[in-house]
Design a protein around this ligand. Structure first.
Ligand code: MLT
Length: 392
């Protein structure tokens, strides 16, 4: 027996666990102080009424012999997959049922997808980026190289032709920077991946925040992307499923490597390791696609977008450089008073009781940047921004 030594290469704590333990420690010391949590990107609006009805009806179905469901189909129920196909079709992208796999959200699949590839792959990860990509690749024993996203390139890293890689992670709109690739930039990534025979893992969980209609919501809007990209999405941020857990992964039939169709390998992997997302949850997700469901989730999305505007307006008034906020629920700004990001975190927690996420937690290039989320309550966002403006 040998323990996976790669765990020794990880930072001691996962970023959001470290943030939350610092916050609980503060709360213990200051039980009467109100904390404005703009740290982890967790939604605060309850599930839409139509989704609740979908969930409730499914619960009742489980109580009757005629409608009870045991194990579901490995790739997910057709009623949900067909809605996803329809949504993509409206955007001009054609997909087949066998290319879509219902998941319990983006995080697990971003990690599990590595099962498709041999170990010791060379993986290109933007810096800064969502820390789960890096951690899961470290655990897997892959070699990581970074694509630098910096103030100079507006936090939109581009590929280096001289760098050979096997796997490429792209998150657009990006977590944490909110920066969003345009079609020309994504085309460069697709061409690069094809030239290196690499596979892109495209995380589109924030696509519903895109307001600029010229920006791509799916990598499959880009020519040839089906030959090189897997797309991973979750209903967490768009429909409030952070605690309910449902999403999907798309592997196009054109994605073939070493004579293997990756979607078939993934299906084989799922049959061996995953018994699917609960019927009740998939019925809740199905309700997202109804007319009322779409209207109700839009209302919540608009609420968060309004918060993002409040944050951006304050930073504009303070003349602080930032990215995101417009097509993203994240606002990524240069630390006030040239502080380091953990220093700013501690100062804001202690003096203002505002929790954000230190940029350094997303990578070295974030060490002088800080992330706030727009997922809070409007009154709290307004108050927090007033406190920031007065203090800094
Ligand atoms: C974040 O705050 O970066 C996200 O909520 C983390 C996640 O989606 O797991």
């Amino acid at each position: 027996m040998k323990v996976n030594v790669n765990f020794e290469r990880l930072k001691k704590n996962f970023l959001f666990e470290k943030v939350s333990s610092k916050v609980s420690d503060f709360a213990k010391r200051n039980p009467s102080k109100k904390i404005y949590n703009m740290g982890i990107g967790d939604v605060t609006k309850p599930l839409a009424k139509t989704i609740i009805k979908g969930l409730n009806d499914a619960v009742l179905e489980m109580s009757e012999e005629e409608t009870f469901k045991g194990y579901g189909p490995y790739r997910g129920y057709s009623f949900l997959i067909n809605n996803i196909i329809k949504e993509f079709k409206e955007e001009g992208i054609s997909l087949e049922e066998s290319e879509i796999f219902i998941s319990d959200g983006a995080k697990s699949d971003c990690a599990n997808i590595l099962n498709l590839f041999e170990k010791n792959q060379k993986v290109l990860i933007p810096n800064p980026v969502y820390p789960a990509y890096e951690d899961t690749n470290i655990i897997y024993g892959n070699q990581i190289v970074y694509a630098n996203a910096t103030h100079e390139n507006n936090f939109l890293a581009m590929p280096d032709e001289n760098q050979d890689v096997d796997l490429i992670y792209i998150c657009s709109p990006n977590n944490p920077t909110g920066a969003t690739y345009n079609k020309d930039q994504l085309k460069i990534w697709v061409d690069y991946a094809i030239s290196k025979d690499a596979v892109i893992i495209f995380d589109s969980v924030y696509k519903n925040f895109i307001e600029d209609s010229t920006l791509p919501k799916s990598i499959y809007e880009i020519e040839d992307a089906k030959k090189c990209a897997i797309e991973i999405y979750s209903f967490s941020k768009s429909a409030g499923f952070t605690g309910t857990r449902c999403g999907y992964t798309i592997i196009p039939k054109e994605l073939v490597r070493n004579g293997s169709c990756l979607k078939d390998l993934w299906f084989r992997r799922q049959t061996a390791s995953f018994n699917g997302v609960a019927y009740i949850i998939q019925k809740g997700a199905e309700a997202i696609f109804t007319r009322q469901g779409q209207e109700q989730i839009k209302e919540n999305l608009n609420y968060y977008k309004e918060n993002a505007k409040i944050i951006c307006n304050t930073l504009n008034e303070m003349n602080v450089f930032y990215t995101g906020g417009k097509n993203s629920p994240y606002i990524w700004f240069k630390c006030f008073n040239s502080l380091g990001s953990w220093e700013l975190f501690d100062l804001m927690l202690e003096k203002l009781q505002i929790v954000g996420t230190p940029g350094e937690g997303f990578g070295e290039n974030g060490k002088n940047f800080f992330r706030l989320t727009a997922f809070g309550k409007k009154e709290d966002t307004l108050k927090a921004m007033e406190l920031i403006k007065n203090f800094f």
